[in-house]
Ligand binder design. Sequence first.
Ligand SMILES: [Fe+2]
Length: 282
Amino acid sequence: MKYSQFIIGFLIALARFLYKEDKDIVTTQYVHKSERVPYAFDGYKIVHVSDFHNARFGRLSKKLLEKIKEADGDVILITGDIIDRRTPNLKRSVNFINQVVKILPTYYVTGNHEAHYKRFARLEQIIDQSEMKNISEASARLYIGNEYIHLIGMEDLWFYGEEEDHLVTGRFESKLKERLEDKDDRLTLLMSHRPELINLYSKYPIDLVFSGHSHGGQIRLPFVKGLYAPHQGVLPKYTEGIHTKNGTSVVISRGLGNSRFPFRVFNHPEIVIVELKRDVHG
Ligand SMILES: [Fe+2]
């Protein structure tokens, strides 16, 4: 075999590998057992979707929508970066918004990409006109019959100011505090894009936080769980799974699309399912 043929063969194999790493969606399931789960919510399934970044998953996002349907949940929570600010494809995001809401009631909060997306006002308007409930600046309750749990929404940190502004986190925190004021002591879920704020979240009576942002660290190698995440840097701590601190568990989705770094390695796009289980001994 000629050297050039070998190189071409290698490049084709590499492209195929990277394509599969980027497009084959995996579903990860967790169970959250607690005595704080109301009777009516025993077995309630939350489908957590994050960081779509207007990525392509088959024609009209068909492969992604199928995966979400297969999850057979009760509610869908979308935790930001539904668009990519550097390579936006508004049409693809709009199609996803209008299709996903047909599956289950869907709640959404913004990510940092929305904060710096030029046509964010337009995107927000489209979401408002859809069935998707944008709770970036609100809190909601999820009901089954007369029983309910709290669902608090937070917009991304960047909506509170620029990165170098040292008051940003303070503003974010006082808004979170304000939103937690109307809640009682029932099970409380928070939707907030950034997992690295775990220390802040865990200061408050929040049971579960749904987050994304870190894209699984983009490249995952044995022993090195994730190589890089925005706002955490190299060898980030919070890239996937569930991290618990002070009674607050932060669920991190590895997300679906990519941003600046154009591919994923050993880090498939992920949909997370969290099933609530009532546990009297919890
Ligand atoms: Fe993202």
